[in-house]
Design a binder for this molecule. Structure first.
Ligand SMILES: [Zn+2]
Ligand SMILES: [Zn+2]
Length: 222
């Protein structure tokens, strides 16, 4: 056991208080996505469902999308701690939040969004993959990693929406065949370009339906 890591994990990832990966005060401050949400994309309080911006961005290959918390308040530091350091208890925390907030999907399997290879190797952590394993165990669903792969790593930052979509579509590829209802698992839903591309490839590989579950999401309605 890595002693340094265990000690590090005894501090709150948000405020650094001793004791747990998330202290009681920060746990109380979790920005849960509660209340009325768009039935399709899960955006909170959609004032006009006909023009829900996230629904538009997700495209036609995705059924529904759900997330546990907003990427706001303590949500941001939790996601950063998870992405930037190999802090596996954060994956446990993320899974626990999803299980508490998102109903078990009617699905045949879970598929994690494949991590950018360079990033996963450098940080030694693959958030979506770890999250899919934990959710698969809790929901009694198999995890398939053999269908999607990253074929190209190019950052999305600084691109227009159309460029992002093209970039994301070319960054992921499908190999082999998948059947039934698939739930894509990712850590954060940001622009939707990555899950949109992944869902498109899964549908092309034979999936009947693709839904999306993420730990956090960046609010699109301001
Ligand atoms: Zn705290
Ligand atoms: Zn929507």
């Amino acid at each position: 056991m890595d002693v340094l890591r265990v000690l590090a994990d005894q501090r709150c990832v948000v405020c650094d208080a001793r004791g747990a990966v998330l202290c009681v005060a920060c746990r109380r401050a979790l920005p849960w996505l509660r209340g009325p949400v768009c039935t399709r994309c899960g955006e909170p309080d959609p004032h006009d469902r006909l023009r829900c911006t996230l629904c538009e961005r997700l495209g036609g290959a995705i059924g529904t999308a759900r997330s546990a918390i907003a990427h706001d308040g303590v949500g941001g530091p939790i996601v950063r701690a998870w992405k930037d350091a190999a802090r596996t208890p954060v994956a446990d925390l993320a899974a626990a939040c999803i299980i508490a907030a998102v109903a078990r999907p009617a699905a045949d399997c879970l598929v994690p969004v494949p991590a950018a290879r360079a990033r996963a190797a450098w940080r030694g952590v693959d958030g979506p993959s770890a999250l899919a394993d934990l959710l698969g165990r809790a929901w009694g669903l198999p995890v398939r990693r053999d269908v999607l792969e990253r074929v190209r790593d190019r950052p999305q930052r600084g691109l227009t929406a159309a460029q992002r979509r093209r970039n994301a579509a070319g960054a992921i590829a499908a190999r082999g065949v998948i059947r039934g209802r698939v739930v894509l698992i990712d850590d954060v839903l940001t622009t939707g370009a990555t899950v949109r591309a992944a869902a498109h490839h899964l549908r092309g590989a034979g999936a009947e339906r693709v839904d999306v579950v993420t730990f956090a999401r960046v609010a699109t309605i301001t």
